[in-house]
Design a protein around this ligand. Structure first.
Ligand code: PEP
Ligand code: MG
Length: 584
């Protein structure tokens, strides 16, 4: 393949290019290109009705064959959970009356079959949604998926299913949705290369939690590699080596062997307390996104859950999850987690996490828009159902509420008022819950950081969301690779803000955690220890490495490091200094 790489000439064998590394180590596999762009549906008038009806019939047959082929691969895969979805799509494609309606529409309106299909799907779904039946409602997104499949066939574009792959691969794509990453084949997808996105976009966060290296900001990657080409990627440095030579492959194999030894060493820290050499204790908690993560968290020595991103319950559901569904999830996790800390963040929807059924209007600037607590306060029924589920589950473990994206005291007070209302309702119905369930808030907006001395009087704990705090502090979209240099946790401005929050929490006697990505950055961990952060909540694959590092440090040696860093002018100076001082 002739590659016009705007890449570095490197001493390595293949062509290399660099993107933004997001962590997760190295991987070696063949490329699999995934096209995520959607099909545009236009309406036009046609003359030949018969030919148009034939087109839809052909597309329908090809779509059926595709589904049968995916079902066959799925049947061979372990842990497949998409069979029901495909069954339903197939059933729908076999429904003669639905396809007769489409042909009637083509005949009556003299329009192209893409448009007729789209209109018939929409009208079908409108009827479907009018029926009070949860099972049928859940099927609406399967119908949309079926339509997408047929539209892709009509547009002569391949539709790719990444929930079950035939072999190991590294995906090269434009951008992925968090829900796509969640449902992909964890056994066979070894890495993700994206043209767009930022270090802390939620699809990257999910990939990291699965231990899958991910590199973003790789301009034109889909054009620069071909399906089946071999690549070695380094999720930490952001380097992609395309068509590596034998030496590169042997270096990679050595890396793998070293990594296996490292992992054996790390396992020794599973049951250890997190304590510095001079006796300062901290807890290494886990950031989780689903009920499945609890077992993984326990296997990796997590000392509790510092952030449950509950919006993924909503994202993974076809309709609004009921209070009962949520109650089961929270109480199941709480029971497995025993008496360990379990911080449940209330719904943080919006930004890069959208949900069709919540009908949030498309926004120009979703990260500055109708997000998280802003949405919840305007939709008290949805918010109260979640609060009630959390309170009811609180009898099973050490559960705490955490409210995201608080910008004003009024928002915090309104959220607390709704929690009180739900408590009263539960009490009047005689439903048990833990009356003193603590309420904490995330500090992730500059406005909350500036008034931290006032917020501190009204909550039980703080958790610093450095991902959002950085993007809002620097007015730099965390999803935009063009401004990635601003979305760095090495900026002295961010470190100063974090230190002020920690100082204020300490002097008021409340606990303060970090749950953003900066919490697990090995070069920054010495600073968090020096500041006196109580707990770090990190991605599951990082728990043991963070604990090992803290157990090997002395807090008293770190105060001068912190002082020096805070005196620097810019992020690159901080990063250079820390990378020279601490070598991993
Ligand atoms: C953060 O903003 O740092 C955070 C932990 O929340 P999220 O990444 O889910 O926005
Ligand atoms: Mg956040």
């Amino acid at each position: 393949m002739n590659m016009a790489l705007n890449a570095d000439r490197s001493p390595k064998g293949g062509n290399t290019m660099n993107g933004i590394g997001t962590g997760g180590g190295k991987a070696f596999a063949e490329i699999y290109i995934v096209n995520n762009d959607s099909v545009e549906i236009n309406k036009y008038i046609i003359d030949n009705i018969e030919a148009e009806c034939k087109r839809i019939d052909n597309a329908r047959e090809i779509a059926k064959e595709q589904i049968r082929a995916v079902m066959e691969i799925n049947a061979k895969c372990q842990g497949d959970n998409n069979a029901g979805i495909l069954d339903y799509q197939l059933l729908f494609l076999e429904d003669e009356s639905f396809f007769d309606d489409i042909k009637r529409y083509i005949n009556d309106q003299h329009v192209n079959c893409e448009y007729a299909l789209h209109e018939c799907v929409n009208s079908f779904i409108r009827d479907f949604e009018a029926i009070e039946n949860d099972y049928l409602k859940e099927r609406t997104s399967d119908i949309y998926d079926m339509e997408k499949r047929v539209q892709m066939v009509l547009a002569q574009r391949p539709l790719q299913d990444i929930s079950c792959m035939a072999g190991e691969c590294i995906i090269a794509t434009d951008e992925m949705l968090p829900s796509q990453v969640m449902s992909m084949d964890r056994n066979n997808i070894k890495g993700i290369l994206m043209e767009y996105g930022g270090k802390t976009s939620h699809s990257v966060i999910i990939a990291r939690s699965l231990g899958i290296p991910c590199i973003v900001g790789l301009k034109d990657i889909k054009k620069l590699v071909a399906n089946g080409e071999k690549v070695i990627i380094d999720g930490s440095t952001g380097e992609v080596n395309i068509n590596p030579n034998e030496n590169d492959i042997s270096d990679y194999q050595q890396y793998q062997t070293k990594n296996q030894f490292k992992n054996i060493e790390l396992k020794k820290f599973i049951d250890k307390d997190t304590r510095t050499q001079d006796g300062v204790t901290m807890k290494i908690l886990a950031n989780i996104s689903s009920e499945n993560d609890i077992n993984l968290m326990l296997e990796n020595g997590g000392e509790g859950i510092g952030l449950f991103r509950t919006e993924f319950i909503y994202i993974n559901s076809k309709t609004l999850p009921s209070e009962e569904t949520q109650y089961k999830i929270y109480s199941n996790i709480a029971q497995k987690n025993k008496d360990k800390l379990f911080i449940i963040r209330t719904l943080d929807i919006g930004g890069d996490k959208s949900i069709d059924y919540l009908n949030i209007k498309k926004e120009e600037n979703p990260f500055l828009g109708f997000r998280a607590i802003r949405y919840c306060l305007k939709n008290p029924d949805i918010f109260k159902a979640q609060i009630s589920a959390i309170l009811r589950a609180s009898t099973y473990g050490n559960i705490k509420f955490m409210i995201p994206m608080i910008a004003t005291l009024m928002e915090l007070r309104s959220a607390k008022k709704l929690i009180d209302e739900v408590k009263n309702e539960l009490e009047s119905k005689g439903i048990p819950f833990c009356k003193d369930t603590q309420i904490g808030m995330m500090i992730e907006t500059p406005s909350a950081a500036m008034m931290v001395d006032r917020f501190v009087k009204e909550v039980d704990f703080f958790s610093i969301g450095t991902n959002d705090l950085t993007q809002y502090l620097f007015a730099a979209d965390r999803m935009n690779e063009q401004v990635a240099y601003l979305n760095s946790s090495f900026h002295p401005q961010l470190l100063k803000v974090v230190k002020d929050i920690v100082d204020c929490s300490k002097s008021n006697g409340i606990e303060v955690d970090i749950c953003g990505h900066a919490g697990e950055n090995p070069y920054l961990i010495p600073l968090w220890v020096a500041m006196g952060v109580d707990n770090l909540s990190v991605s599951i694959p990082s728990i043991l490495a963070v604990r090992q590092q803290i157990c090997n440090t002395n807090k008293k040696d770190l105060a001068p490091v912190l002082e020096k860093v805070l005196a620097f002018d810019d992020a690159y100076e901080v990063e250079e200094y820390l990378k020279t001082k601490f070598q991993f």
